[in-house]
Design a protein. Structure first.
Length: 775
């Protein structure tokens, strides 16, 4: 079976979406009226839909020619009643991207050649149309559902496969069989056109494109290697006659199994527009022999054999067949259901009988008879060892009225020989040989047949040897039992309002897992980023890592700790703030900028005197150079008149008036205050020209009150380490963020400090100079 619990119904030219093209006013449902010559796994064929209306009436059947190019699937896990609207439980698979085209047209008849992982759409008749060209005759469409063989990138899809030399798809009305355990499939005989070229349905075919000539060939498909399948064409021996619509069954006996051809006719009525055989006399003379004498093909030796039977039905075509193996392998019973004689479509009702051909005795037994549900052009499958499912078909024609099937799908119990009104995946059993068959072959329900040879004897002794060899049944995969799904309670599905997309027309199967993986990776990445940001923020708050911009180009950290002084109670210098007023600036509030190499920490320059320790009565040192040096950038002469600090004093600084002198600050005995501040690239400390004139620059060289402008040094109260450090840093601290509201008063400047309005940056000179601030 094609995958667990799933039968691909390569269904006749149908579409469960008939409503998309032919839904009528007040129509509320649609059901399958008849389904002629479908291909199981359900594809192709000629399907007619019967609309149902709101008032309970039914309209005339409509054939939409499968315009959407769909294959139907039937899930064996879904229970159903045989009289319900089966269209409610069928799903679709698109072959042509949403419509029928020359890549995937709708075929009537033909077959699906398959193993358990893929199937090929082989043979069949096309409806002739001028809108699209015919597909090539040397390639066919293949649906790869599962991958097998060497690993590779794979997704379920339809692809074109070449047929190879001496093989054509221009054949129909043959018999097909699949042996998934052998990765083999076959197409036996059938009909072709006189030219051997394209063939069309009888409504649009001409004399040269009608399938009327018997094909004397056996097509073999070897699927042992996926993507490297091979087709071969073998001519039938002269004593193996070709025919139209026989049933071909693979039976697991011998080393690789055998093929058994049952029924079929010559000069069938279904190839003519009138619906009558062109040579009924020849048909009735030759066709019964396809029932009374069975043609057998040994897969291993590739030899054909013939064996006579006894007690069979009259000539039959367009029936269906399955094979059931006795539990001990002593008998193999082929069930043949339905069909008709192939002489005329307007004759007596089609057969509703179930016949059994028991092997190796080659004995026919009629197991069940009916009169009301006969059909032809249907297909049969076995969901369980003891059940046969009959799908589709059509009843005999009654005048000009197109008859509909009462049960689109029928279920037959192979063990009891009874028709069932319901399919339930939870109800099944092992196969037992029916009592009517046991009467002919002996033994019991589980096996032990006593009739193990034909009567009176084998027509070919080699065939007896083949049946004596046991087939390795361990090679046969089984997928049952099927988990029962919720039944579909929908005998009258509502009219669709939008186009029903097939599974292959929507998202590819591989996309959801790919999206899941991608979205999962995105989510994990976001989580990782959030964790890193949280850790960084935590480290920044704890002060265990350097803020941005505190590394030089060599990756070395630069100390930015500046010692502050406590505020005198009586007054504050405008450029000094106390530790109680200090509030560090967060790295998130100040733009950072990288600094030049570590030479900036060394404030030595030939043009600038080394900083000296000034006694309490000594005047401040005066710099004579105006050249821009690393230490010159702190000169207030090169700073704009408007400045910012990184914190505000509790009391706003007062501007100095002419003649007033500030009180010098004493070194603080408390711990130094940390104040890491960084120059933004837009800061005036970097944009001011080192040689630009300042309205205050001349005041550094003309101090009018030298005696009063003294700075008291606190060096004597500090350790040697602090003294060395103070040679590189200022006695006072100035940093920039907020704007000082007090403008600097011209004419006054103090050693080691910025301008009266507070400079931009941290000044690192111990004497008056033009040094670049350290960050």
């Amino acid at each position: 079976m094609f995958g667990p619990a799933l039968l691909a119904l390569a269904t006749a030219s149908a579409s469960l979406v008939l409503a998309e093209t032919a839904w009528q006013p007040n129509q509320v449902s649609t059901r399958i009226c008849q389904w002629q010559q479908l291909r199981v796994y359900l594809d192709g064929g000629n399907i007619w839909w019967q609309p149902g209306f709101a008032d309970g009436s039914a309209g005339n059947p409509v054939n939409d020619n499968n315009r959407l190019g769909v294959i139907y699937t039937l899930n064996f896990s879904i229970p159903f009643n045989t009289t319900q609207n089966i269209s409610a439980i069928l799903t679709t698979l698109s072959t042509g991207g949403g419509n029928t085209n020359n890549r995937a047209p709708n075929y009537e008849d033909g077959a699906l050649l398959a193993n358990n992982e893929q199937f090929f759409l082989y043979g069949g008749l096309l409806q002739r149309t001028a809108s699209v060209s015919d597909p090539p005759g040397d390639s066919v469409l293949c649906y790869e559902r599962h991958q097998y063989g060497p690993p590779r990138t794979f997704s379920p899809s339809f692809i074109n496969k070449e047929l190879g030399d001496n093989v054509t798809r221009y054949v129909a009305y043959g018999g097909a069989a699949n042996a998934p355990s052998e990765n083999l499939a076959w197409y036996f005989s059938g009909l072709r056109s006189p030219s051997g070229g394209p063939i069309y349905t009888k409504g649009g075919a001409t004399a040269s494109t009608s399938a009327v000539n018997v094909s004397n060939h056996l097509i073999t498909l070897d699927m042992a290697e996926q993507r490297d399948e091979t087709f071969t064409n073998d001519t039938l021996p002269s004593d193996i006659p070709g025919r139209a619509n026989p049933e071909l069954v693979w039976v697991p006996v011998g080393s690789r199994g055998i093929l058994v051809a049952i029924g079929g006719v010559v000069y069938p009525d279904f190839i003519t527009v009138e619906g009558d055989s062109t040579d009924p006399e020849a048909s009735t003379a030759q066709s019964p022999g396809f029932i009374s004498t069975i043609d057998v093909y040994d897969v291993e030796s590739k030899n054909w054999y013939r064996q006579r039977t006894s007690g069979g039905p009259p000539q039959r075509t367009r029936g269906c067949a399955v094979v059931a193996r006795a539990q001990d392998g002593s008998s193999f019973n082929i069930y043949y259901y339905g069909g008709y004689d192939g002489l005329t479509q307007n004759s007596e009702p089609f057969s509703d009988d179930v016949w059994v051909l028991s092997l190796p005795s080659f004995t026919w037994v009629r197991l069940a008879s009916g009169a009301n549900e006969g059909r032809a052009g249907h297909k049969c499958v076995m969901p369980y060892p003891d059940q046969m499912m009959v799908i589709g078909g059509y009843p005999h024609f009654q005048g000009s009225t197109l008859g509909c099937l009462r049960e689109t799908i029928r279920v037959f119990n192979l063990s009891t020989g009874q028709w069932l009104g319901r399919y339930d995946p939870a109800v099944y059993s092992n196969y037992t040989v029916p009592s009517a068959v046991l009467e002919k072959i002996g033994g019991s329900g589980t096996g032990g047949a006593t009739a193990t040879t034909p009567s009176p004897s084998w027509d070919a002794t080699e065939l007896g040897a083949i049946f004596a060899a046991q087939y390795p049944t361990s090679k046969i995969a089984t997928y049952y039992p099927y988990a029962s799904a919720a039944p579909t309670n929908n005998t009258n599905p509502p009219a669709p309002t939008t186009t029903v997309e097939s599974p292959s027309g929507g998202l590819p199967a591989y996309l959801p897992p790919v999206l899941g993986v991608v979205l999962g990776l995105v989510f994990l990445t976001m989580v990782a980023v959030l964790i890193l940001l949280w850790r960084r923020r935590r480290l920044l708050r704890s002060g265990t890592i350097s803020e941005a911009g505190t590394e030089d180009t060599n990756g070395n950290r630069i100390a930015s700790w500046l010692r502050g002084q406590p505020t005198a109670s009586e007054a504050k210098a405008p450029t000094v703030t106390s530790s109680s007023d200090y509030s560090p600036v967060s790295a998130t509030d100040v733009d950072s900028v990288g600094l030049p190499p570590r030479s900036i920490a060394e404030m030595m320059n030939t043009e600038v005197p080394l900083p000296v320790e000034l006694p309490d009565t000594s005047p401040p040192a005066e710099l004579h150079s105006t050249t821009a040096t690393p230490s010159s950038l702190n000169n207030p002469a090169h700073s704009p008149t408007t400045h910012q600090t990184d914190h505000a004093s509790a009391q706003p600084p007062s501007p100095f008036l002419p003649g007033q002198q500030p009180h010098p600050q004493q070194p603080s005995s408390s711990s130094p205050v940390e104040s890491p501040v960084y120059y933004p690239t837009t800061s005036s400390a970097f944009t001011a020209s080192p040689t630009a004139a300042s309205p205050y620059q001349h005041q550094h060289h003309h101090n009018h009150n030298r005696d009063s402008n003294k700075v008291l040094s606190g060096i004597s109260n500090l350790s040697e380490r602090d003294r060395a450090h103070l040679r590189q840093i200022s006695d006072t601290t100035v940093s920039s963020v907020t704007t000082n509201t007090a403008a600097a008063a011209p004419g006054y400047h103090y050693p080691g400090s910025g301008s009266a309005g507070a400079g931009t940056g941290n000044v690192t000179g111990a004497a008056i100079g033009q040094g670049q601030g350290s960050i």
